[in-house]
Design a protein around this ligand. Structure first.
Ligand SMILES: [Zn+2]
Ligand SMILES: [Zn+2]
Length: 291
């Protein structure tokens, strides 16, 4: 079996969008890509689970649109544009035999369904999601454990600007945690919310906000994000095996993303993290099992 092939019980992640804040396109960031947050999780024939609906969702949709009777389960962290903007452009939703379940925390006392109906409506978009021929079912995620087929899902609130959930999915003995947007404490870069630590504890893979360098953070300390060093801090404290750096700042070029990883990889390994990977658009990551 080649490096990129998967067996029946393998768990793998496909990264369709890895950028934070806004989609962006220029030659300097073409290698890691400019589409926003969207990662799908797969295990054999199990229904796919997708983290967030950023503009990367459009690319995935083009890949799978010809598959009949698609059933997709989407875990939405929060309602910021960079996490939902791909939904109207997801081609499978334009087919009547597609069913999509969307889970998320909503916004204040507004349900996810109502929030999506506000965002996907004229004059921002020509049609409502209810005009699409597919079936979209919204589920309010209140932080309790739930199951999607053989996958066990847990969520927890994550410090950010507005209500935001991180997700922990365990399937076939592999645990993946997704925390795309995470406000680090301004006064203590080693303090991690206990609920976040519990969510991440012992995960095989943590996909985590890596928006800023330490030099950039002081001027943007209230923007809801963290430094790459803080991503290492969270992973190390939680005993995570593999850290995936995610939600790259639109101003960071490919070369800068390479340097950012190089700057922290030795510290990460010295703190017990086995591998540090910079997420890139189109990347397929097979999650290996611990020996
Ligand atoms: Zn974001
Ligand atoms: Zn956000």
């Amino acid at each position: 079996m080649g490096d990129n092939e998967t067996g029946r019980d393998d768990v793998w992640l496909s990264f369709h969008g890895v950028r934070g804040s806004t989609p962006c396109s220029c030659p300097e960031l073409a290698r890691f890509g400019g589409n926003t947050s969207c990662v799908s999780l797969h295990c054999g024939e199990h229904v796919p689970i997708v983290f967030d609906l950023g503009t990367g969702l459009r690319l995935w949709g083009a890949d799978i649109v010809d598959e009949p009777e698609l059933e997709i389960h989407a875990l939405v962290s929060h309602m910021h544009w960079d996490h939902v903007q791909g939904l109207p452009f997801f081609l499978p939703l334009h087919k009547s035999d597609t069913k999509m379940h969307v889970y998320g925390p909503g916004h204040l006392d507004e349900t996810m369904s109502a929030a999506f109906d506000r965002f996907m409506a004229p004059p921002f978009f020509p049609i409502h999601f209810t005009d699409l021929p597919s079936e979209i079912v919204f589920h309010h995620d209140d932080g309790t454990r739930f199951e999607i087929g053989d996958a066990v899902v847990r969520s927890a609130p994550v410090p950010h600007t507005g209500l935001t959930h991180g997700y922990r999915v365990t399937i076939a003995g592999i645990t993946v945690v997704y925390i795309p947007d995470h406000q680090q404490p301004v006064d203590d870069s080693t303090r991690v919310d206990p609920k976040v630590l519990d969510l991440c504890a012992g995960a095989d893979v943590l996909i985590h906000d890596a928006q800023f360098t330490a030099d950039e953070f002081p001027d943007r300390s209230s923007w809801g994000h963290c430094t790459i060093d803080y991503a290492v801090e969270v992973a190390a404290q939680a005993g995570v095996r593999d850290l995936v750096l995610f939600h790259h700042d639109p101003s960071h070029s490919d070369d800068q993303l390479d340097r950012m990883r190089e700057d922290i990889v030795d510290v990460a390994k010295s703190r017990g993290i086995e591998s540090v990977i910079t997420a890139g658009e189109g990347m397929k990551h097979i999650v290996s099992r611990s020996l």
